[in-house]
Design a protein around this ligand. Structure first.
Ligand SMILES: [Zn+2]
Length: 513
């Protein structure tokens, strides 16, 4: 049994994965890393077989792997098609005439040699199965061991694996027969185990309280991957805030924490009534966001995106603009300010979100213009494993210098509007970023194991003199432990919106704090 398990795992790595190795080698061109990828894949396939090992499941499981493995290899090689959940769905839902359209002698060759032949061998093989008790012991012994071997192997090449998992995600689609198996699992989950949630409006009771004088104009900047400890405002030894450091009106929150470690979690969470502890992606996406609630209250809202999109936060409001693709090459964040003066021409209570490209990695060097290249030399590739830690940090720090200039520009814009508006600016980065500490790069680690670098983003706030909130009061909160949980109710308060969703304990501007 163990021999079958080891030989079949080896066979899969050697004979069913040349597309995967070919594509990986084209990117990494690193033989030791290719060997490591093979070894990891071997352990992983062995692990799957160990999990599925029992008298009743071992043979059917292996036969399934050989059959799908042989076909998926053919389709990958010939058409570059990947057998994912959508393909599995196609396979289940297709009819004979469609399937026969794909038939030819070459696919038959793959199927006979790599699918049917090993399947027949497995079928005929006499296996001395373990008893139930032996099987439990076998699993308890080998599952942790294989997991440990995988972790150790990944750790040895952690830089390359970071690129592999984060930057070259599509590469793993070519691992065989693991990816088709994953596709099948995903298909089953989607088809049979996903509840369809209805969108539920919340905060429809929101009302804008009447206030004396000029209307308010609030700009909320969502930063990208900007870690607090790389801002000189927060004590970083390098001068990454050449402009803001001279600004005595602003407050930099030095102890501010994020909801998630990646954009797809942090951004919806920041604008959700749910706190980090209660946050669930599926739930948050099916209830009104802060932007919706402001909209219900009659606040004029606008979301401008230079990142990916609003992650479902601003999909229901009228004024949403994605500037990506509207520039020659990548748009600079400054571009989001174009035309803003027109938008705010008629005085009305207004809330604007600017979603930055900021410090999006790994190609930090692409995020800023030459004038912000303060630290050199910089890493000029997306393969961080080819760069020194210093050059990666240099490029990253230059993105902070660019953000410093961008925030200064946003503040200047608001100052120009002060004759007609009471103005405010709040910058909160979505999450932090790892820059090679303990071999970890980028972000997105599960919250409970993520280092502080990923969970501790920068946040800066400023109020115009007649806004009704004093900058000195904010300075008192400079060192207080705060988080993105405070955004929802603080903004409601600052915008004078009254709703039952408001929670005074999570309001930065409440005198209670
Ligand atoms: Zn992000």
């Amino acid at each position: 049994m163990k021999k079958t398990l080891l030989f079949s795992s080896l066979a899969f790595v050697l004979f069913y994965n040349f597309v995967f190795f070919e594509k990986s080698y084209a990117i990494f061109a690193d033989i030791p890393f290719m060997i490591s990828l093979g070894v990891t894949l071997f352990f992983f396939i062995a692990l799957l077989q160990t999990i599925f090992y029992s008298k009743y499941t071992f043979k059917p499981f292996l036969i399934y792997l050989f059959i799908t493995g042989s076909l998926s290899l053919y389709f990958m090689k010939k058409y570059g098609v990947i057998i994912d959940d959508k393909m599995v769905q196609n396979i289940f839902e297709t009819d004979f005439s469609e399937a026969s359209g794909l038939f030819n002698f070459e696919v038959l060759g793959y199927f006979l040699l790599l699918g049917l032949l090993p399947s027949v061998i497995i079928y005929k093989l006499k296996i001395n199965y373990l008893t139930f008790k032996q099987n439990i012991i076998f699993k308890l012994k080998y599952i942790p061991l294989l997991l440990l071997l995988i972790v150790a192997n990944v750790y040895l090449f952690s830089k390359a694996y970071t690129s592999f998992f984060r930057e070259y995600k599509p590469l793993r689609y070519y691992t065989n027969p693991t990816y088709p198996l994953y596709g099948l699992g995903k298909f089953i989950k989607r088809k049979y185990f996903t509840k369809k949630l209805e969108f539920k409006k919340i905060g429809e009771d929101a009302k804008l309280l009447p206030k004396e004088g000029k209307p308010k104009l609030f700009i909320f900047v969502v930063g990208e991957a900007a870690r607090a400890d790389h801002f000189s405002l927060n004590g970083y030894k390098r001068d990454t805030n050449p402009t803001l450091k001279n600004d005595s009106e602003i407050t930099s929150f030095k102890n501010f924490y994020s909801c998630g470690t990646e954009t797809a979690v942090s951004v919806p969470c920041m604008f959700s009534v749910l706190t980090r502890k209660k946050y669930k992606d599926s739930k948050a996406k099916h209830i009104s966001s802060l932007i919706d609630v402001l909209d219900y209250a009659g606040v004029r809202t606008l979301w401008i995106d230079n990142n990916s999109d609003s992650k479902g936060v601003a999909t229901r409001i009228k004024n949403y603009k994605n500037i990506k693709g509207s520039c020659n090459g990548e748009c600079r964040d400054f571009k989001m300010l174009d035309g803003l003066d027109k938008f705010v021409k008629t005085p009305k209570t207004t809330f604007i979100v600017l979603h930055q490209m900021g410090s999006h990695g790994p190609e930090y060097y692409k995020r800023y213009d030459k004038i912000y290249e303060k630290f050199k030399p910089t890493c000029k590739t997306n393969q961080l494993n080819n760069c020194t830690k210093e050059s990666i940090t240099n490029a990253y720090d230059n993105t902070i210098v660019a953000t410093d200039a961008f925030l200064t520009k946003v503040k200047e814009f608001l100052k120009q509007q002060q004759n007609r508006y009471k103005v405010a600016l709040w910058y909160v980065a979505d999450h932090g970023e790892s820059l090679g500490e303990k071999g970890v790069y980028l972000h997105g680690l599960p919250y409970f194991i993520a280092p502080d670098a990923q969970k501790h983003p920068a946040s800066i706030i400023w109020f115009g003199n007649d806004f009704g909130i004093k900058n000195e009061d904010m300075k008192r909160l400079e060192d207080k432990k705060l988080s993105q949980d405070y955004i929802f109710s603080s903004i409601l308060d600052a915008m004078d919106v009254n709703t039952s969703l408001y929670d005074e304990e999570l309001d930065l501007f409440s005198p209670l704090l």
